[in-house]
Design a protein around this ligand. Structure first.
Ligand code: URA
Length: 189
């Protein structure tokens, strides 16, 4: 392993910068291969993630794994998955701006250490935070945006797909576009 995220993880695991630390069971720092060149970023832990300490482990996580595996990606092997917020907001409400502000330095440090070539924003909140505040997932999903040499792409959140299955095909197409981009850039997976 080349990239060492453990010092950042240790600091994050004792974080008390926002009130979410009072209600968390576990900090959900991230999972995967720190040397990966592809980083997935979700919104925030839900109940299952808070209990297990791992991102995307509920029904939504199973759907995400299905799409990942469908294009040759594996959460433990060749990507890394993190969230905008590392602690669960009560009742899964949207993250508050001040919580995002408090937590974002951890994600930035994850970026700094990993230097991913592609960042996939999973869902509206991640895409609005990392790509553009007025990002519309239904209109702009699957498009790659170059930000200082890193490619950012927004796609549907699996929880949204479970509520609204009509976008499942569009979402898998985004994963196929991702697969093409990985090949185009010669990223080893
Ligand atoms: N939703 C997210 O955005 N992230 C998780 O880790 C779980 C659910």
């Amino acid at each position: 392993m080349k990239n060492d995220l453990s010092p950042c993880r240790s600091v994050c695991e004792t974080c008390t910068k926002c009130p979410l630390h009072e209600t968390r069971t576990n900090v959900v720092f991230g999972v995967g291969n720190p040397d990966a060149e592809i980083l997935f970023v979700g919104e925030a832990p839900g109940e299952n993630e808070d209990l297990s300490g791992e991102p995307f482990v509920g029904r939504g996580g199973q759907l995400l794994d299905l799409y990942l595996n469908g294009v040759g990606l594996d959460r433990k092997e060749n990507i890394y998955i993190a969230n905008i917020l590392k602690c669960r907001p009560p009742k899964n409400r949207d993250p508050k701006p001040e919580e995002i502000e408090a937590c974002l330095p951890y994600l930035r440090e994850q970026f700094r250490i990993m230097r991913p070539k592609i960042i996939v924003c999973v869902g509206r909140i991640a895409a609005m935070t990392l790509i553009s505040p007025d990002f519309r997932v239904t209109k702009e999903h699957g498009i790659f945006f170059d930000r200082k040499g890193t490619l950012f792409m927004g796609t549907f959140h699996p929880a949204a797909l479970l509520r609204n299955p009509k976008y499942k095909g569009d979402c898998f197409e985004d994963f196929l576009r991702l697969q093409d981009k990985i090949r185009e850039l010669g990223i080893k997976i």
